[in-house]
Structure formats: structure tokens, C-alpha cells
Design a protein around this ligand. Sequence first.
Ligand code: SAM
Length: 251
Amino acid sequence: MDQIGPYPEFSTVPLISGTLYLVSTPIGNMEDITLRAIRVLKDCDIVAAEDTRHTGVFLKRLGLVKKQVSIHKFNEAKRSSEIVSRLKQGEVIALVSDAGTPVISDPGQRIVEAVLKSDLRVESVPGPCAVIAALSISGLSADEFHFCGFLPVKSGKRASRLSYLLKLSGTLVLYESPYRILKLLNELLESVPNRKLVLARELTKKFEEIHRGTAEEILCLYANKKPKGEFVLLVGSVSESPSEKPSDDVD
Ligand code: SAM
């Protein structure tokens, strides 16, 4: 894998000591890393990463070798106190996930909470995020949208969550794995056959695909092929569906 760079530097302002920087990283296309993200990763004392091996490879492409600590859902609580005490000593910490924006269906929430509770500073280094990338090109209304992350896997909880979400006004944005995307499309076919859907696959990558249509139309595309890659599924608002009425409009 080629190393990228050198990069222009627009700022020489030093990072703020005792700050946790939440650094967004590419969701597929390495060109989407921001100059500020590179600078924070270069100048921080330590990188807190969801997967240190994955992030090690990524940092190497940026020409960086950094000390890392791992953070994942099983050690977040324990790591929080370590991160808080490092920040109290004035260290600068960059928190990254494997792809996209930390905390968004990724680890980091507990660490942010712990840092704020200790009256320490958290700063965003914004960048790629699959929700926003998919929503912005969907053609569906972005005036009101609900990011729903992944639906529960267990059937009872999943059905009740989906039925609750489908009654909300605004566009729904869901993450789903390739193993369950057809299940989700079939669930939508059953409950909201006329809603406008947008399926965004492999955003920013070489084989990016965007499909727009009803659940039935999109399912037809997968009649003879298995879904592969990463998916965001957007569901148009109930208020734009002629055959449905938003729940609060019901007399
Ligand atoms: N933190 C990430 C973000 O900011 O988007 C999301 C991490 S979550 C564990 C991974 C899910 O995000 C995938 O299963 C998929 O639903 C969505 N996703 C991430 N990258 C994507 C891409 N390039 N194209 C489509 N969906 C993507």
C-alpha cells in the first residue's frame, strides 16, 4: 500500500493540551482524510483506536508511527479513567474508529461522557460519516431525518423498533450489514411497500452504487446476486407516501 503525502499545512496553531480530539477518518476513500485530521494525528501524544492494528496500517499510509491504546465496547469503561488521567496530565489524545466518525455506531460515547464529566475538553475534527454521505446524495428530504443506526437483530425487538420508526415523519437512515440487508428490504416490502427507498452501497469506494426505488424494485436487483459490501438504507418520510398518513395526522 502506497504512502500518501506530503500534505500542505494551513495552520501552525498548536493543539490544545488536555484535549480529546474526535477524529473522523475515511469510510473507503483515503483522499477523504482532512488536513486537520492528519495534523491532529501527527501532533497528538497518543491515538485511542477501535482496532490498533487497523489504525496502525492507516497511520503508516500517512507516514506516521504513533503510540496507540485500544478502545472497544468491552473496555471503554476501563479505558475512560485512563484517558481522563492522561488528559489531566496535559496529554493530547486523538480518538479514532475503524472508519468514519467515532461514536456514530462506533465506540467512544462512554469516553466522551467521562471526559466531559471531568470538565475536560473534547473537540471535533469532522470528516467522513456514512449517514451524512448517504443522506446528502439520496434526493430524500434532509430537513428532518432520523439516524437509526443498526436495528436490533432479535426479531421481536426489531419488529417493534421498525414499526415505531416507520411512523415518524422525516427520512430514516439505517445502517445494515450485508447479511441482513435483504431481510430489512423484505420487512419494508411487507410494511411500507410504496415508500421511496435509497440503498447506498460502498460509498466513496470504487464500486459505489446508489439504487432508488421501492423495496420491491430494489429487491429485484438482488434476485440473482448476494449483497456484498457496506450499506446505508434510507426510507422516505411517511408524509411523502401518498398511501400512508403520519400517525399524528390520524383523526
Ligand atoms: N462510524 C461510521 C460512520 O461514521 O459512518 C459507522 C461505523 S458502523 C460500525 C459501520 C456501518 O456504517 C456499515 O455497516 C454501513 O452500514 C455504514 N458504512 C460505513 N462505511 C460505509 C460505506 N463506505 N458505504 C456504505 N455504508 C457504509
